[in-house]
Design a protein around this ligand. Structure first.
Ligand code: ATP
Ligand code: MG
Length: 332
């Protein structure tokens, strides 16, 4: 089993990224047996499909590496690297541009969503993004790719590209990757609006808990989180139609590794005046150690660069032979 996952190094990691993605990556890595491999990369090349301020971007890349390690990705066991350091990704993307069809890319909903009405003004990179994603996983012959609901279509495209490349060249080069939805992945909503997901790009910092936030900030954000005046019910189904309440209870459940029913079993009948401080204590207990590691690592640029350079070497050892075979398969 070989898994590949990427994350764009833009903005601060927040609780949604942690509970929805990175914590599960760490658990997946911990569950790996001998001979299995997990690769994690900072998708810095994907990030430039939209404009990035160069100074903030350069800083954000190291911060993201620090955050991932602080969340439990072990750069000794897993392979952690920057996409831009392994130039095989872009080389393979170009080869796969010869395989992918315009009609396939035209069906990608992420492009339609992100481009919105500004299709003509979107970058070409935003359009061909899914082909780079295909290269990201096919380069390593990944057997499994952890994906959220929003990325399933791109993985399907990677499989189509792999199949066509193998058929066109008559070389069984690429493994078809399977999607895996890591168990326990939670969808965390904004603290200000229970119908919007918690997001790095939300302009309001009060809408999210950043992994770097200190205990007071976490407590303050939760205290000010939007809620309703009703006490908590004992039946999880009664949270439907109460998105803000549901979100806070779900966050508690995810942090405590409990079910929503278990949490309600303890808090039913109580109002948010009691629940919010309990949630804040739990969040601080779980996130405090991560924030402490993150702060210590973030300031050690030399160590981060060292770890990322080692990761790039290890990634390249897998990627380079695949790329060489792809060139050969095409007669190049
Ligand atoms: P942006 O607003 O810039 O898109 P983001 O907060 O959505 O940023 P991404 O870098 O797009 O973060 O996503 C990183 C990972 O975190 C992905 O696997 C994504 O599915 C997951 N993720 C992002 N937001 C949430 C959330 N609110 N709940 C659960 N998982 C999330
Ligand atoms: Mg996103």
């Amino acid at each position: 089993m070989r898994t590949v996952s990427g994350i764009q190094p833009t903005g601060n990691l927040h609780l949604g990224n942690y509970l929805g993605a990175i914590r599960n990556w760490a658990r997946m890595q911990d569950a790996m047996g001998t001979g299995d491999e997990s690769l994690f990369f900072l998708a810095d090349l994907h990030a430039i499909s939209e404009h990035q301020d160069p100074v903030a971007f350069a800083r954000g890349i190291r911060e993201m590496a620090a955050a991932i390690i602080a969340c439990g990705i072990d750069p000794e066991r897993a392979i952690l690297f920057r996409q831009r350091h392994v130039t095989e990704h872009v080389q393979l993307q170009w080869l796969l541009n010869g395989t992918a069809r315009v009609g396939w890319l035209n069906r990608m909903t992420q492009f339609k969503d992100k481009a919105g009405k500004n299709r003509e003004g979107s970058s070409v990179a935003l359009y061909t993004y899914p082909v780079l994603q295909a290269a990201d996983v096919l380069l390593y012959n990944a057997t499994h790719v952890p994906v959220g609901e929003d990325q399933k279509q791109h993985l399907e495209l990677a499989r189509d590209i792999a199949t066509k490349f193998n058929t066109d060249t008559g070389v069984e080069l690429f493994t078809l990757p399977e999607p895996i939805i890591p168990p326990g992945a939670a969808r965390v909503m904004s603290l200000r609006d229970g119908s919007a997901k918690m997001s790095k790009s939300d302009p309001s910092d009060m809408s999210r808990i950043n992994l770097i936030d200190d205990a007071d900030t976490i407590a303050q954000k939760l205290r000010k989180a939007r809620t309703d005046p009703e006490p908590l019910p004992d039946d999880p189904a009664a949270l439907d139609g109460r998105p803000e309440a549901k979100n806070l209870v779900s966050i508690y459940a995810a942090l405590a590794d409990e079910s929503v029913a278990q949490v309600l079993g303890r808090f039913a009948g109580q109002g948010f005046g009691a629940f919010k401080p309990a949630l804040a204590d739990l969040a601080v207990a779980k996130l405090g150690p991560i924030a402490a590691r993150l702060r210590a690592l973030q300031d050690d640029a030399a160590e981060l660069d060292r770890l990322l350079a080692i990761g790039a070497e290890r990634a390249r050892a897998i990627a380079a032979p695949t790329l060489a075979k792809a060139y050969a398969a095409l007669g190049l």
